[in-house]
Unconditional design. Structure first.
Length: 225
């Protein structure tokens, strides 16, 4: 599901798009907290949840369905929040560089495109296919977990952060190329731990958006019995 129309032209400021990509296996309250924080601090106009193209799901619609339910839980935000299944529908391996190129082509050269991520993804950023070229298309906006130390970053990512670190004003007013780090998000949830709980037959409603929790229970996802 691609965006319906190009970003509206505004003479006073750049259009601001947030991109929340991942396996969302399953989407949990930590993802929602990250989305809320970035919409607020970056004054995003739109936020797209983009489930990865090759994940665990038993059918092509399982992860997009859960992602759509998670996005619906953010209906109160001032940004337009929706799921985009462009990676799920893409044939073959799906790389982030392909996704951001497509989005940049759609939104044009002047829109501010922000790839949102948690600290766990930041630690692995240098392993992503063509990761350095990603800065030509997007900013990286990162929320760290409690106790996270930026000294844990591998050399290439640490060097990129030192050269590209910016405040929210610069993120909002430029199309791409910078990094913003927030260290205030006090949420530490793990999809791996959630899957383990669900596989054991436990409910995890305290860590999941209600729609996602109900969907998992109704379809008996993650169960091995």
């Amino acid at each position: 599901m691609a965006p319906a129309s190009p970003a509206p032209s505004r003479p006073d400021r750049l259009f601001r798009l947030g991109i929340l990509g991942g396996t969302f296996d399953p989407p949990h309250l930590g993802h929602l907290a990250l989305a809320r924080l970035c919409v607020e601090h970056l004054a995003l106009d739109e936020l797209q949840w983009i489930p990865t193209g090759q994940s665990w799901q038993k059918g092509a619609d399982v992860t997009p369905a859960m992602t759509e339910l998670a996005a619906a839980a953010l209906a109160d935000l001032p940004a337009h929040v929706h799921a985009n299944r462009m990676e799920v529908d893409r044939a073959g391996p799906s790389y982030t560089i392909d996704t951001v190129r497509e989005l940049r082509g759609h939104y044009g050269p002047r829109a501010s495109l922000c790839w949102l991520m948690g600290a766990d993804q930041l630690l692995r950023l240098h392993t992503w296919h063509g990761w350095e070229a990603l800065f030509d298309y997007v900013h990286f906006c990162v929320a760290t977990r409690p106790g996270f130390d930026l000294a844990q970053l591998d050399g290439p990512v640490r060097e990129a952060l030192a050269a590209r670190l910016a405040d929210t004003a610069l993120i909002q007013s430029t199309p791409s190329g910078h990094m913003w780090i927030d260290q205030t998000l006090a949420v530490d949830l793990s999809s791996t731990t959630l899957r383990q709980r669900l596989a054991a037959g436990e409910r995890a409603d305290d860590q999941l958006p209600p729609g996602v929790a109900n969907y998992i229970a109704a379809h008996r996802l993650y169960r091995h019995d």
